[in-house]
Write a protein that binds this ligand. Structure first.
Ligand code: SF4
Length: 267
């Protein structure tokens, strides 16, 4: 007689506010709940610190899953071809694969932190039939203000990087806005330098591999360029506030290139 595969209940954490609030929200609602974080090895120090605090709050281990190869090894194997919104090999190899390997053949109920006020967004939907997605915030009508309240009541608050960046994920994520690159340079110059080192120009073809299609990080870091980016950001923020009566934090997360992002990495 063949034995049944185990059934697991897992919240996948990104280090962002929504998945963190979901972990807190479900802690006492689902028995034997597990927590995992797919660690790209290229996360912000604030993310690791926030996960440590969450672990203490939950009273349970957050399992860190890592790909067998590092980001740098993968990049080398691709001839320095950086991931981008169009060719997002990083998400597949650093986030999805380690998670699917962890699950194996078990039946996994996977809880995803998409909120009721962002129904247009789509989370990670596995092609594996044994991974069953659930959206408790959508089912229970939990919106952004509820998420903030859950985090405040828990004592965790928002991750510290929200002061200069709108979402979780790798420090070099190509989804970030130029103002967030400026924020990275001001808050973590060493990580900015490391991201810059990954940018290359093919001496034969002249083709540039840069994180942002508009400019390289060596161009962006020039003082005049930084100042122009800050001024443009403030101008947009002001006009959006006037138009939509939004808070600065809301403007920050929605400005520049829309609110496109990777929902495996940024919940
Ligand atoms: S956070 Fe950005 S760079 Fe990192 S794996 Fe996700 S999409 Fe790729």
């Amino acid at each position: 007689m063949s034995s049944q595969p185990p059934v697991r209940h897992i919240v996948s954490l990104s280090g962002g506010k929504d998945s963190t609030a979901l972990a807190i929200y479900l802690r006492d609602r689902i028995p034997d709940l597990e927590y995992v974080f797919c660690d790209t090895g290229e996360e912000l120090p604030e993310t690791y610190a926030y996960l440590d605090k969450l672990e203490v709050f939950l009273g349970k281990e957050i399992k860190k899953l890592k790909a067998k190869q590092s980001f740098e090894d993968m990049l080398r194997a691709r001839g320095g071809f950086l991931p981008s919104a169009q060719v997002r090999w990083c998400t597949e190899h650093l986030k999805i694969k380690p998670f699917e390997e962890e699950i194996g053949d078990s039946i996994c109920h996977n809880y995803i932190g998409i909120r009721a006020d962002e129904l247009h967004r789509k989370g990670y939907i596995s092609t594996k039939p044994n991974i069953i997605p659930h959206y408790p915030f959508i089912d229970d009508g939990i919106k952004k203000e509820d998420v903030v309240r859950i985090l405040e009541e828990s004592g965790l608050g928002l991750p510290e990087y929200y002061e200069w960046r709108s979402r979780s994920g790798c420090y070099f994520c190509f989804f970030q806005q130029r103002i967030e690159w400026v924020g990275l340079l001001k808050n973590h110059e060493g990580l900015f330098n490391r991201a810059e080192q990954f940018e290359k120009e093919d001496p034969q073809t002249g083709e540039r591999y840069t994180w942002s299609q508009r400019e390289s990080l060596s161009e962006l870091r020039l003082p005049d360029r930084q100042q122009a980016i800050i001024e443009e950001h403030l101008r947009r923020a002001k006009s959006q506030q006037v138009r939509g009566n939004q808070t600065l934090a809301e403007v920050f997360s929605a400005s520049e290139s829309g609110n496109e992002s990777c929902l495996i990495c940024h919940l």
